[in-house]
Design a protein around this ligand. Structure first.
Ligand code: C2E
Ligand code: CA
Ligand code: CA
Length: 824
């Protein structure tokens, strides 16, 4: 620190020495210049105060053009200078210049003493040399004949050269080599601009010399030119801002880790704002990047960081006490809030010295605000992802036990079975699956479902004998180790007593319901010497028990070959598709604001004559594995769009959403198929939304991206289904042609009770809106959830609260009855 301080003192001393030298040379030049008489034959005599006014106006009209890292100023001071040279006495020009420009530096720019002294000395030097060069070349010629023009031009060029030279030397003395590089780079543009303004000045002098009233058209033309440049400037700046913001977003996206992301964002902010320091403070933490230092520093004392609550936002002059905070010589700062939706707002600060930079203005505040908004989204996203990761981690932490029932999980169970097998024990593995659990869950909600599962776990536990264990495998599936006295008969006996324990009605908050269980049994060691085999065979037996309605079955190797459910499904799905036995039901999607129907989702339905209704996730998975997905997708798409066309004919004007399986998304034939069906049915492609799951697009391959963009070209909308389950980034998804996100029902259904889920829905909605995506919430089961979605400003809702999926005729009737508008 002390080292840094003394270096700064040396620098300051050097600048003062340079200033003194310039002042001395300038005074000498002025003394010489004062010996020249006014030019004979002038049509009028410009007094010092008029020249001063000219310089003040020119100084105020300075136009800054900055192209990313190059700054150019167009100053019109060549014009008063040329008038002063031609029409004023040398003394009037010197006084006019110092008073006019000086006043602006003091009053308007409020320059500090060091800088002011430097600039005044520079003005003296420029003016003195300008006059000397001009008068030596001019000799006894008139300024308005060709040789006079040359003299004027050289005089003006001399002042420009002095200016550039002095600034370069000052930067070198200040150890700011970066600045010199910039001056050198902008030299070309400087020469160009200087030449143009000098020539304009010469023309203006010539006109006024021959006819003083010529000043009027000359001023008008100058004014119009200035306006044109300003318009150009604001347009090009807007474009540059856009470009900068784009590059900024890109850099954040491409950073390897969250920490890198914040760091690279700050480095970008610092460069874009041409600042020395950029700082981000959120809550109690703050980090900073400083020019010339790689990496990001964490601030030791975040309490000292300016905070939106403590410091006014916008442009600030840096005061002595703030200097301590920044730890470096800066003159001004811009502070803007970083908005996030979860309340923990932060602030973004940049600070810079006034040496080379022209000073911040309202445009810079605006740019920083845009950057802060982007940064806010990034932060929020990081936090959301971190939250989800925490959740995953804690789930892994609870790896061996299930939180709801406190029972061990499948892995634990497999290990236990392994131990028994290794010990050559005889035992049975049983799998218990509730028959109508999904129905309970769907009708009464997850809360009742959860209570039911906990109660089932208790009852099974109570029915077990010494040495028997129970584990929870999945939502409504339990694995048991039973210790029957003797083989098959004993095992069936144990299964019956477990089933009986579950047969008494369940009660939950005033509801009474019966849930039956199906139990499948495999005997060890007869039916397998591996835990996995035993579990799989118990599963086969369990499905058999369901199929025949017996309630419990022991595995039978004879039957296994034909009767696994999967085989049945796979075998008959083909026929069902060909014969059109797969139906399509529709579930309405409603505008959250007024519950007007904005679309329906097509959901495939298949009722098998022996198995009963087969759930679509089950047969879709089978279709994907057996090459039946293309005909299934075609069937659903065609049926859905034909039905939509009929609905349109009946005066309904909503859209249709169709689910697309992962397999289809890598099928190059899909876009052709969609285009053909859209064409055949005459439906506007924009009314068709294809729902693809988040995980599908995350595993994006060149093939799926080709399919996605081909679909986009057809004009159909794309929706990201089950959003929130896949840990992907919304920002990443928007690189794909996506129009909508559908927040997974696991988050939505629980919003009203799970505070955390509500937060996730809200922040996802805000982020999606910022990215111009429509937000659909699925799985809305009650009014409370609808109200929360309203508050979260989600766009569209779908769920059992409004309507279940139904056949087309039922949908038509439902629409005729007024739909969901009565539900509030
Ligand atoms: P999904 O795309 O997430 O479809 C929404 C599922 O949520 C449907 O189940 C629907 O009946 C159910 N649902 C709607 N409202 C609520 C509610 O308020 N609460 C609860 N708990 N559930 C609600 P479904 O019809 O059983 O479909 C399951 C999945 O099968 C679908 O999930 C979709 O991924 C897939 N699927 C359905 N039809 C098709 C199809 O034609 N093609 C493809 N590829 N997949 C399909
Ligand atoms: Ca869907
Ligand atoms: Ca979904």
């Amino acid at each position: 620190m002390g080292d840094e301080g003394s270096r700064r003192d040396t620098r300051r001393l050097r600048i003062w020495l340079l200033t003194a030298a310039m002042a001395a040379v300038g005074a000498l030049a002025i003394a010489f210049a004062g010996t020249f008489d006014p030019i004979p034959g002038r049509p009028l005599d410009a007094p010092w105060w008029a020249i001063a006014v000219g310089f003040a106006v020119a100084e105020l009209l300075v136009i800054h053009l900055h192209v990313r890292s190059d700054a150019h100023s167009i100053s019109l001071s060549e014009i008063p200078f040329a008038f002063g040279l031609a029409l004023g006495s040398p003394l009037a020009l010197v006084v006019g210049r110092l008073v006019g420009s000086g006043a602006i530096l003091v009053v308007h720019r409020r320059q500090q003493p060091t800088k002011l002294a430097f600039n005044v000395a520079l003005m003296a030097l420029e003016t003195g040399t300008g006059i000397l060069v001009f008068r030596s070349v001019l000799g006894s010629f008139s300024p308005v004949e060709p040789l006079g023009w040359v003299a004027l031009f050289l005089g003006l060029s001399a002042t420009l050269t002095m200016g550039v030279g002095a600034v370069t030397v000052a930067l070198a003395l200040n150890d700011r080599t970066r600045g010199i590089w910039e001056v050198a780079r902008s030299m070309g543009a400087g020469v160009f601009i200087g030449t143009v303004t000098s020539l304009m000045a010469i023309v203006a002098v010539t006109v006024v010399w021959s006819e003083p009233w010529g000043a009027v058209p000359v001023t008008v033309i100058g004014g119009l030119a200035a306006i044109a440049v300003r318009v150009y400037r604001s347009l090009s700046e807007r474009y540059e801002d856009l470009e900068a913001v784009y590059a900024f977003g890109h850099a954040i996206e491409n950073a390897a880790s969250p920490d890198d992301r914040i760091g690279s964002a700050l480095h970008h902010v610092r460069d874009l704002m041409r600042a020395d320091v950029a700082e981000l403070a959120v809550g109690e933490t703050a980090c900073r990047v400083v020019v010339g230092e790689p990496g990001v520093a964490l601030l030791d004392d975040p309490g000292a960081v300016p905070h939106p609550g403590r410091v006014p936002r916008g442009l600030l002059r840096v005061r002595a006490e703030d200097l301590r905070h920044f730890g470096r010589p800066v003159d001004q700062a811009v502070v803007v809030p970083v908005p996030t939706t979860d309340g923990e707002d932060g602030c973004l600060v940049v600070a810079a010295p006034l040496t080379t930079s022209r000073g911040y203005d309202a445009d810079d505040v605006r740019l920083l605000e845009i950057l802060a908004r982007q940064l806010g989204q990034t932060l929020e996203h990081e936090r959301l992802v971190a939250r989800l990761r925490d959740e995953l981690a804690s789930r892994e932490h609870r790896a061996t036990h299930d939180a709801l029932t406190g029972l061990p999980n499948r892995q634990w169970f497999v290990d236990a079975v392994q131990d028994l097998l290794a010990a050559d024990e005889r035992f049975a593995v049983a799998l218990v699956d509730l028959d109508r659990f999904r129905e309970v869950n769907d009708t009464l909600g997850h809360q009742h479902g959860d209570q039911l599962i906990a109660e089932v776990a208790d009852r099974i536990g109570a029915a077990l004998l010494d040495g028997e264990v129970v584990a929870r495998f999945g939502s409504d599936e339990f694995g048991l180790v039973l210790r029957p006295e003797d083989g098959v008969v004993g095992a069936l006996d144990r299964a019956r007593s477990v089933r009986e324990a579950l047969s008494a009605p369940f009660e939950s908050e005033g509801f009474t319901f019966e849930v039956l269980a199906s139990i499948g049994i495999a005997l060890a060691p007869e039916d397998g010497s591996e835990p996995q085999t035993l579990v799989r065979r118990a599963d086969v037996a369990m499905h058999e028990a369901k199929r025949v309605g017996s309630g419990y079955e022991v595995y039978d190797s004879q039957r296994d070959r034909y009767s696994t459910r999967r085989l049945v499904v796979a075998g008959e799905l083909r026929t069902a598709i060909v014969e059109g036995l797969v139906e399509v039901h529709y579930q309405p999607k409603l505008a959250v604001s007024d519950l007007r129907v904005v679309g329906v989702e097509a959901l495939a339905r298949w009722t098998h004559d022996r198995l009963g209704p087969v759930r679509p996730d089950e047969f879709v998975a089978v279709a994907e594995q057996t090459g039946l997905i293309a005909p299934l997708t075609e069937l659903v798409l065609r049926t859905a769009l034909e039905d939509l066309a009929k609905l349109h004919a009946d005066g309904h004007d909503f859209g249709m959403a169709v689910n697309v399986a992962a397999r289809s998304l890598s099928d190059p034939g899909l876009p052709t198929l969609v285009a053909a069906i859209v064409e055949d049915t005459g439906v506007d492609p924009r009314l068709l939304t294809l729902e693809v799951t988040e995980t599908m697009v995350m595993n994006e391959s060149p093939r799926t991206s080709a399919v996605l963009s081909a679909l986009d070209e057809i004009g159909v909308r794309l929706s990201i289904d089950d959003f929130g389950t896949g840990y992907s980034s919304l920002a990443y998804l928007t690189r794909l042609p996506v129009d909508e996100v559908k927040i997974d029902r696991a988050f939505v259904g629980n919003m009203a009770v799970e505070h955390r889920h509500g937060k996730i829905v809200r922040s996802t909605t805000d982020m999606a809106h910022a990215l111009d995506l429509e937000v659909v919430a699925e799985g809305v089961e009650n009014r409370a959830t609808l109200e929360l979605l309203r508050a979260a400003r989600a766009d569209v809702a779908q769920g059992y609260y409004f309507a279940r999926p139904m056949p087309r005729d039922a949908l038509v009737e439902w629409l005729a009855d007024g739909g969901a508008t009565g539900l509030g």
